[in-house]
Ligand binder design. Sequence first.
Ligand SMILES: [Mg+2]
Length: 345
Amino acid sequence: MKITAVHVDVTSEPKAHPVRDAIQLLDRDGVTRVRIETDEGVTGESTTYFGRVASSPAVLAKIVEEQLAPVIVGEDPSLIRGIRERLRELTDYQGSAGLSAYGMSAIDQALWDLLGKSLGVPVWKLLGARWPAIPAYAMVGWLELDVAGLERMSARAMEQGFRGVKMKVGGGPLTEDVRRIKAVRTVIGPDAPLMVDANQAFGYAEALRRGRAYEDLDCRWFEEPLPAGDTDGHVRLAEKLDIPIATGENRYGQAAFRDLLARGGVGVVQPDLRRAGGVTDCLEIGLAAAGFGVPYASHGGGAHIHVLAALPNTIYVESGLLPEGAELVDGCYPLPTAPGLSASW
Ligand SMILES: [Mg+2]
């Protein structure tokens, strides 16, 4: 089988209900769709989502069409890691992070989708699954919500059967975080996991101060306490705090996780499919983390569920509120049954 063409299309619209975290307003629904065609008629697709920057989907489309696609047309689509290496060599000159990584990830996901469809099986079966279903929590605690809104969303998530909830912090002083965390805890009960996410908002001293408070409030993990690239800061913070430090959604490529894992700077590793490099890199990061005894919780859900199904150290898939038609069983998303890289919801 040979790749014959790569098609890309783009949409970019204002988000109907913008959401806010400690560093940004997410006000766009942008999508870049990639479809890879073959001489045997089998196709593979991927969808790359953008929460802000109106022009990003179109810029990514340009990178995929003009830089990456010419390298892969004519290749055997099952040589997924071989294609990845060729694309890395190509993009190294301009930097393989940023939108180069988004592009390589979009192709990686489309190739896995294609491979699954060509064999008639969901991708998790190709990866060798560990789990029949994935425990889910709901990220519902956005900063534009007042306390009443937070309580309402948290209650809805628990009614829908999620194991627990995550909320944003760092939008104001620590006293405000404490007030909001206590309100959510009252709604979800003493035993449900409650995670907090600062989206890289703090410097070291403030992260340490707030981390101690989140620890006292029995939060399950402290996500992105520091700028994502500050490995030293993460290592020092992890030494001082008992609460696990969660990070990874803003790191690019497998190599970016090596020092963080080896030096103990991460307690829950959270790669993002788009930035880390797709199914292939997320799987490799997850297996490396397993070697260090570090649990894996995806940034976002969707196609990531195939990787989560395969990893021995999976603890959670991240979700919003349950989409129409989806259902949790004992707090878990079931694995998708359709061939390829389809999502559970
Ligand atoms: Mg996060």
